[in-house]
Design a protein around this ligand. Structure first.
Ligand code: HPA
Length: 278
């Protein structure tokens, strides 16, 4: 077991003790709610919540829109946990720490994880306001959470050929249709950030095969696959990437645009939990 897994177990223990004491079932389904997705947990029935600050060993979230809280309860009647907030590498977190929330969910019993984020649309056929189910990723951060880990009985040579589970992807697309949201599928490129891209970078990313660009998710998916979890991921395309529209992009705008779609995004995750087989 690696150091992050051990650290995650100590954090998960603090959550599990309270869940067990109040008779709440352990979650099998987990959500990481990224920029603009915080309100997507509105459809959860919450039985307990734990801020990062109250959990010994958990770092703080330092980005507006990322509350830093584990919400435990049920989604569509299924025991679930949602993490509102992320630890980004651009805040200075090392790659292995950026995936700590994923490791905590695993230690709690989660075996199916849905990663959400806000992203810029790189594919010119995709529009701000669309949802993109992630089919594959390009990790353009040149960092890997498995580098340097003492992987013990696991292998660090993780096969990423089928990172994003086909059945879960289909369930997400179906849930989009159910929630009345235009649904795309595509390749997500993770960059380090925190600055947004230049138009030349966006042209280069498109040539490399990216449909959307953002600052998270790929490293989490890598770590989740290392742990053997089933992974699904979905982007809210909050803006056209640099150079593809006349307007600029700012973090406040990303949050504002996704807030307008909060009800649809929460309906999407609810319908997914209701209909997916996991
Ligand atoms: N680029 C990178 N990250 C993002 C963007 C973007 O255009 N929009 C939301 N997150």
């Amino acid at each position: 077991m690696d150091g992050i897994e051990r650290r995650a177990q100590r954090i998960a223990q603090q959550i599990a003790e309270r869940l067990d004491a109040s008779g709440c079932p352990r979650p099998r389904l987990g959500f990481i709610l990224g920029s603009g997705w915080g309100a997507a947990a509105d459809r959860m029935e919450i039985s307990a919540s734990f801020s990062f600050a109250q959990l010994e060993g958990m770092p703080m979230c330092g980005v507006p829109g990322h509350t830093g809280v584990f919400l435990c309860g049920t989604m569509a009647g299924k025991p679930a946990v949602a993490v509102q907030g992320r630890l980004h590498m651009y805040e200075g977190h090392p790659p292995a720490e950026a995936v700590l929330p994923v490791a905590v969910l695993y230690a709690l019993g989660v075996r199916t994880i849905v990663l959400t984020n806000a992203a810029g649309a790189v594919n010119a056929d995709y529009s701000a306001g669309d949802v993109m189910v992630i089919r594959d990723h390009i990790n353009f951060t040149f960092r890997n959470p498995l580098a340097g880990l003492d992987s013990g009985e696991r292998t660090r040579f993780v096969d990423l050929a089928h990172t994003y589970d086909e059945q879960l992807r289909a369930a997400l697309c179906g849930a989009c249709a159910g929630a009345g949201i235009p649904c795309r599928e595509g390749v997500y490129m993770q960059v380090l950030g925190p600055s947004y891209e230049t138009p030349a970078e966006v042209r280069a990313f498109r040539a490399l095969g990216a449909d959307a660009v953002g600052m998270s998710t790929a490293v989490e998916a890598i770590y989740a696959r290392y742990l053997g979890m089933r992974v699904a991921a979905v982007s809210f395309l909050s803006n056209a990437a640099a150079g593809l529209s006349s307007g600029g992009v700012s973090h406040a705008e990303v949050l504002e645009r996704s807030a307008c779609h909060a009800a649809a995004l929460s309906a999407l995750l609810y319908t997914f939990a209701d209909t997916a087989d996991f």
